[in-house]
Design a protein around this ligand. Structure first.
Ligand code: NAD
Ligand code: LMR
Length: 330
């Protein structure tokens, strides 16, 4: 049984995510933390008849208690995009929020697994890692940028393109980062493989839709935020896979944005594909009791994917550097 804290639990993602976590039978304690509205959310969820206990923690003065004894911390705290904004535009506000929450984690539950949802993920994950490093408690196997939504979208969009594809069964490795052209779906490497006719006729259209799927939701919500429900589903899926792995259950593979020191040996194949000397990259990861058990090597990609990886890596280098610098100058 595990103890989970959601930081930003009263928000658009936080609420449905907390609902899905309340339904997870392997969670014994659910701590909901926010700077507004969280007592009501917790009271509401606490009436659901699963065995877990829900507690609310309102305001920064209660962060420490919210994190005491926690095994998994999930962070959707921060502002979402509005139409016309990039994820990088969120850095100004979210970088400081995530840095302060990471400091709280380092002090209260330094061995916790940390799942970062707040954007821009390409920078907020390095921020969390740098703070944990500064505090001497960094373990690269235990910090994850949640990129599951890209994988969820990829499988769904492939079914939209070809109804013979099962959205639930197809597995698409999506690597790189989590924004626009840093998202690189490896459609040549799906399991099962895609029909050749689809790859030939609609490859760049589907790739573009996966890379910019977040924009579809931001535009449709028209100023009221970004993906929340699909994101809650994606984060709950990742958390469930991690919990199963921690408990020694069947090991699952999930793509996630990590520090490549989590598995330096297998990171070599990712570096050879295009990650070069980047410290962070989204990769398919085999989860285990300590978090990242191993990076699943990728041996080949198509020519178009190789080019996309170069573009992604250039953008990622800047995002990663921005995150690292922020921690050292602030
Ligand atoms: P939201 O505004 O609806 O909710 C954010 C919540 O964070 C609010 O309840 C707010 O009070 C809380 N918050 C703000 N500052 C805080 C702090 N210092 N401590 C604790 N809580 C704090 O936003 P949302 O739609 O839930 O999105 C949250 C973040 O998730 C955004 O940055 C968004 O871009 C990101 N996101 C990421 C993905 C992904 O795939 N990784 C997908 C969707 C959204
Ligand atoms: C997404 O992919 O939906 C999120 O990163 C939110 C966004 O800003 O698009």
């Amino acid at each position: 049984m595990v103890k989970v804290a959601v930081l930003g639990a009263a928000g658009g993602i936080g609420q449905p995510l907390s609902l899905l976590l309340k339904l997870n039978q392997n969670i014994e304690t659910l701590h909901l933390y926010d700077i507004v509205n969280v007592p009501g959310v917790a009271a509401d969820l606490s009436h659901i008849n699963t065995n877990s206990t829900v507690r609310s923690f309102l305001g920064q003065q209660n962060l420490r208690t919210a994190l005491d004894g926690i095994d998994i911390v999930i962070i959707p705290a921060g502002v979402p995009r509005k139409p016309g904004m990039t994820r990088d535009d969120l850095f100004k506000i979210n970088a400081g929020i995530v840095r302060d929450l990471a400091a709280g984690i380092a002090d209260a539950c330094p061995r916790a697994f940390v799942l970062v949802i707040s954007n821009p993920v390409n920078s907020t994950v390095p921020i969390v890692c740098e703070v944990l490093k500064q505090k001497g408690v960094f373990d690269p196997r235990r910090v994850f940028g949640v990129t599951t939504l890209d994988v969820v979208r990829a499988s769904r969009f492939l079914r939209d393109a070809d109804p013979s594809i099962s959205a639930a069964e197809i597995s698409v490795p999506v690597v790189g980062g989590h924004s626009g052209n840093t998202i690189v779906p490896l459609l040549s490497q799906t399991t099962p493989p895609l029909p050749a006719s689809l790859l030939e006729s609609r490859l760049s259209e589907i790739t573009h839709r996966i890379q910019f799927g977040g924009d579809e939701v931001v535009q449709a919500k028209d100023g009221a935020g970004s993906a929340t429900l699909s994101m809650a589903y994606a984060a709950s899926r990742f958390a469930t896979s991690l919990i199963d792995a921690i408990k020694g259950g069947p090991s699952t593979i999930e793509p996630t944005f990590i520090h490549l020191d989590a598995d330096p040996q297998n990171a070599q194949s990712i570096r050879a594909l295009g990650a070069g000397d980047l410290a962070y990259f989204a990769v398919p990861v085999q989860l285990g009791p300590n978090g990242v058990e191993s990076i699943v090597p990728i041996s080949t990609v198509s020519e178009a994917e190789a080019e996309a990886l170069v573009v992604a890596s250039e953008a990622l280098a800047k995002n990663i550097e921005a995150g690292i610098k922020f921690v050292h100058i602030s």
